[in-house]
Every structure is written in C-alpha cells, then in structure tokens.
Design a protein around this ligand. Sequence first.
Ligand code: 5GP
Length: 190
Amino acid sequence: MYSSGKLVIFSAPSGSGKTTIVRHLLKKNPKLEFSISATSRDPRGQEKDGVDYHFLSTEEFRSRIDKGEFLEWEEVYAGTYYGTLRSEVSRIWDKGGHVAFDIDVVGGLNLKSHFGRRALAVYVKAPSMEILEQRLRNRGTDSEEKIVQRLAKAEEESLREPEFDITIVNDDLDRACQEAEDKIGAFLNG
Ligand code: 5GP
C-alpha cells in the first residue's frame, strides 16, 4: 500500500454540511475517491451494499477486527460498529487515486495519526451552535430527543477541532465548497 496516494479526511458534527462538501469535491476531482466504510447496522432507505457502506453482520465485523483488517474502527452506537478497511485505501491507491473519508471526529483523528503528513484532516463546522441547531431543526429528520443528543455530541466533538489540520466554516455552502476545492487542490498537488 505504498504509493504516491494521499488522504483527505472530513470530519464534522452532524448538520455541518460536510457530506455535501465531500460530494462536491468528488465531482470536481476525478482522482479523489470515496472510502466505503464497513458497518454492522442495517441498510437504510436506498442504501446499497458496496456503494454506501460494506454492510457486515456483527459476527463478520468482529472476525475482521480480529484478523486486523481495519485501519480504525469504533462502536459508534452501543452494539453498532463502523470502521475503515485497509483494503479500501489500497484499492484506491493501487489505481493511482487519493482517498476521501467522511467519518466521525474520533475516527478521523485516528486516521490522521496513522498517516501523518500524507493525510489532510479537515474539520467542517457551522458558524455557531445556534445556527447548527437551526439547521438540524430545519432538516426535519430528527426527533427533539435526537436533536438534543446531536447538539451535545457536537459540543463534545468541537473540543477536538484544534487537532485538525484545517477548519472550513460552512457559513455559505457555495463559498465553503470553493474554499474546500482550493485547499484540497493545493494539498493534493503540493
Ligand atoms: P450513519 O449510521 O448515520 O451512516 O453514521 C453514523 C456515524 O458513524 C457518523 O458519525 C459517521 O461519521 C460514522 N462513521 C461512518 N463511517 C465510519 C468509519 O469508517 N469509522 C468511524 N469511526 N466512524 C464512521
């Protein structure tokens, strides 16, 4: 798995607009490819195995942990595992690409400490907690209890922002996408 490939890690509290920014960059940069995480949860809605996630049973997930197949993994929710397979990075690097990750703050920083300067760790955030709260409410997909939970998690995650290489403030989506394009472009070409 040693090539000239690089890694761009996007982590952010839920509601920050991170996924939209990552999708924009994947469209703009053909050498950037998405690392498909593995999870032990069931597919939701239109999600497809091998596209959105590698959906594994809990037993299969645990057995792959034991075999050392993960670069990082976490039990994000009680009984539900998520992780990055080593094979994802080699799959993309072997093709001459760069890897993009859309994962949570703890997993993102674990990957950064593993890959060091080959990785750019990007923290995406809303301009303020008030705006994040507004966005979560406007999305209309979460119950009040879930919103409170997500805000508490966001507060906790924000404490680790200084450990990231760069922060992008999603004040305006078009502007934030352009800033991400410029900064990630400079890193990949540097
Ligand atoms: P969801 O179930 O909503 O798709 O994801 C739940 C959480 O798991 C999100 O915070 C997401 O960022 C995180 N996640 C997704 N893939 C990975 C992964 O490969 N590793 C880690 N550590 N977290 C992940």
